[in-house]
Design a protein around this ligand. Structure first.
Ligand SMILES: [Zn+2]
Length: 525
């Protein structure tokens, strides 16, 4: 292991990365325009630890490169990816010597025509870093901050000195993860150490909705990372669930333990991998599930209000098209809802043409629209909807938001009511995760309060905190779409087999997969 002398001078550390979670089962295409791109001071302002008053900033000169983050979606178009990649690499090459890079990415980017997009990007970033070198003529260190729904292939992990990931799902620790990546990097640079890395994949692929850390076994598995990290000789322990809606060999769970003690790192990685494997059948959906009709029937019959239902197959924040009218159709087929005896609000069907029609018609007008089903036409296509425009909101009246780092910009929205259903149409894909997404700003906006409806039917998987607290009861509807929770009906054919749950009984006879950690060693400076 290389142990260059501890470094007393001010460090120069770059920050950059490209982050998106993109489903190869979704017909939507993500482009450069979907990414919130930050550079310069705006990039540094994403974080607290880059502020001038932060303790880290006293010893580090932060060098903002390019950061690009998008709402999840379909695969990124090749040309858009190349534009972003080239800019990041060029900015590294033009930055001058760097001691290190905080590599702020997601880990589940799919790019049209590429397999393992993160490995492709990382190899290019590593080559650019090696070309500029450190101010002392050494090899810059890379510290990746990732989402636990990312994938970690060996090819991706190899050029990265430090890898860490969120430990909570929902990702309430998203910013903490990035800070840990930065602090671990500064610590290694200060101490002049390069960590050993033990990497192991676990042949298990699960949807996020079965691996929430609010529930066992994910809760204990993820809690144990902090314990492993406390062991002498260990710097960080990270575990990835992987991304279930991409069809690539790298899609599976992975573990990386980093530290000075190569033996211990490998032993802990293997123990954790075995625990994950042994628990594979204990991962269950975060809530009671059913198909769309079952969930609607139960919610209508319940006296719990508001009753939330997740339209999980078309969740834009997992990579769904967000334009399916499948659930809207099911709501309108229910007599109690159609008659208005039971009310429901159903936000977030993407349809720019329908939204424009509503703006032309104005509040109070009756409209007949062909709603949704245009981007993802696989599950019933557009739905005809006749109703009254009850509210309109312009994009300009909303604040752009970077929730956990993802890009969520203002969009034109229209609410249309028919019978008991109020459907909120959006001009472009938009998550509804907070109360403010429905109401708009205090001085205007849609003004729709989901708490006044009997049913709230959201394109989401597990509930984000504000919805979670609002819900008197909740069902996870296993609806079709680009992020279908029922993985077996999606048709993966490029994932490495055997893989749980696709080959449930593959290891019945023996002791299970080997789960031997690969010692990636240290990246010599
Ligand atoms: Zn995630």
């Amino acid at each position: 292991m290389t142990t260059p002398a501890a470094n007393p001078r001010r460090l120069r550390i770059g920050i950059g990365g490209i982050g998106i979670e993109s489903s190869t089962f979704c017909p939507h295409r993500s482009t450069a325009d979907d990414f919130r791109q930050t550079r310069g001071r705006e990039l540094l302002d994403r974080y607290t630890w880059t502020r001038p008053e932060s303790d880290l900033s006293r010893e580090v000169e932060w060098v903002p490169l390019l950061h690009a983050t998008s709402l999840p979606g379909g695969p990124v178009e090749a040309e858009s990816y190349l534009i972003l990649k080239d800019e990041l690499v060029t900015r590294i090459r033009e930055a001058g010597p760097l001691d290190g890079l905080v590599y702020d990415i997601h880990g589940a980017m799919s790019v049209i025509g590429l397999t393992d997009a993160e490995a492709d990007l990382t190899e290019a970033v590593r080559a650019a870093l090696d070309a500029v070198g450190t101010p002392d003529g050494g090899r810059p260190m890379m510290s990746a901050a990732m989402d636990l729904h990312g994938n970690v292939s060996r090819r991706f992990a190899e050029p990265v000195d430090l890898l860490t990931a969120h430990r909570l799902a929902p990702h309430e620790d998203a910013w903490e993860t990035r800070e840990r990546a930065a602090r671990n990097l500064v610590r290694c640079l200060r101490e002049g150490t390069r960590p050993h890395r033990a990497w192991v994949q676990v042949p298990v692929l699960l949807p996020g909705e079965k691996t929430s850390t609010r529930l066992e076994p994910a809760k204990s598995l993820y809690a144990s990372l902090a314990e492993i990290e406390k062991l002498p000789g260990i710097l960080d322990a990270a575990m990835w669930v992987g991304y279930a809606w991409a069809d690539e060999p790298r899609c599976k769970a992975a573990i990386v333990v980093t530290g000075d003690d190569a033996e211990l790192a490998a032993a802990e990685a293997e123990k954790l991998a075995r625990r994950y494997w042994d628990a594979r059948r204990d991962f269950v959906f975060v809530g009671p599930t059913g198909d769309a009709e079952e969930c609607i029937e139960k919610a209508v019959a319940s006296d719990k209000r508001p009753f939330l239902i997740s339209d999980s197959g078309d969740n834009p924040t997992a990579g769904g098209a967000g334009d399916l009218a499948y659930m809207l159709g099911k709501l309108l087929e229910n007599d109690a809802i159609r008659s208005g005896e039971v009310t429901a609000v159903h936000p977030g069907i993407t349809d720019p043409v329908a939204v424009a029609r509503c703006f032309e018609a104005g509040v109070g007008a009756e409209v007949t629209l062909s709603v949704g089903g245009k981007v993802d036409a696989n599950h019933g296509g557009p739905r005809e909807l006749t109703g009254t425009v009850v509210a309109l909101q312009r994009a300009a009246d909303q604040k752009d938001r970077a929730e956990g780092g993802a890009y969520d910009r203002g969009v034109d929205m229209a609410a249309v009511r028919t019978g008991g259903v109020t459907v909120i149409l959006v001009e472009r894909r938009k998550p509804f995760h907070t109360l403010a997404d429905f109401t708009g700003p205090a001085d205007g906006g849609l003004g729709i309060d989901p708490r006044t409806f009997d049913l709230v039917v959201v394109k989401i998987g597990y509930l984000e905190p504000e919805l979670y607290h609002m819900a008197a009861d909740w069902l996870l509807a296993l609806t079709p779409g680009g992020v279908d929770q029922d993985l077996l009906r999606l048709g993966h054919h490029r994932v490495e087999r055997p893989l749980y749950p696709f080959d449930d009984d593959a290891y019945e006879a023996g002791d299970g997969p080997a789960l031997t950690a690969t010692r990636l060693g240290t990246l010599d400076g």
